[in-house]
Design a protein around this ligand. Structure first.
Ligand code: IMP
Ligand code: MG
Length: 187
């Protein structure tokens, strides 16, 4: 893998920057006077979260969770585990979950259920990319960067097998493959 993958840019870094700024301003307005805690989902949301918070002008706190989900790279099964939990007390706080991509919705449905046990006063969701046509469970996303219907996406924090997170834009990837019995020639 790697050099055989083909990538096509769908969203440029300038388009991302503009949209993220708009989202930050909207969030600042909507949560004025509230006790807002942003919870970023690692690793995919780390760049989005870092850019977003710099456009939020009201006081906020931040925390992160790390989730691991089963399934192959194209499809999540909805079996999710928390491998790093939140550290802040969110009881009575307004929580905004920051996610890279909402696809089937299974991951966020699970996380919302778990976070609700901590009795926050509200939970909303902000995602960079919404693939809402693929939803299997009803998860409402309150702030959406971009709606992208299909394709496997990488860049701006989002990976394919841990690669491509550092790309500044959002790309559709067509993974390369090695046919059965392929013997790499050594140079
Ligand atoms: P869901 O549980 O099906 O909503 O899956 C959401 C998770 O699957 C996201 O947090 C991503 O980590 C991953 N995912 C979904 N689509 C893509 C994609 O196009 N590229 C990379 N990861 C994706
Ligand atoms: Mg993810």
């Amino acid at each position: 893998m790697g050099s055989k993958d083909s990538l096509k840019q769908l969203v440029s870094k300038e388009e991302i920057a503009n949209r993220v700024e708009e989202l930050g301003k909207q969030i600042s307005k909507d949560y004025e006077g509230k006790d807002l805690v942003l919870i970023g989902i690692l690793k995919g949301a780390f760049i989005f979260m870092a850019d977003l918070v710099r456009h939020i002008s009201i006081p906020i706190q931040m925390d992160f969770v790390r989730l691991s989900s089963y399934g192959n790279f194209m499809e999540s099964t909805g079996e999710v585990r928390i491998t790093k939990d939140i550290e802040l007390n969110i009881e009575g706080k307004d929580v905004l979950v920051v996610e890279d991509i909402v696809d089937t919705g299974l991951t966020l449905q699970y996380l919302e259920d778990v976070l609700n046990l901590h009795k926050p006063s509200s939970i909303k969701i902000c995602c960079l990319i919404d693939k809402k046509e693929r939803r299997q469970v009803p998860v409402d996303v309150d702030y959406v960067g971009f709606n992208i219907e299909r394709g496997f996406l990488v860049g701006y924090g989002i990976d394919f097998e841990e690669n491509y997170r550092q790309l500044p834009g959002i790309f559709k990837i067509t993974p390369g493959y090695e046919p059965e019995g392929f013997i790499p020639s050594d140079k």
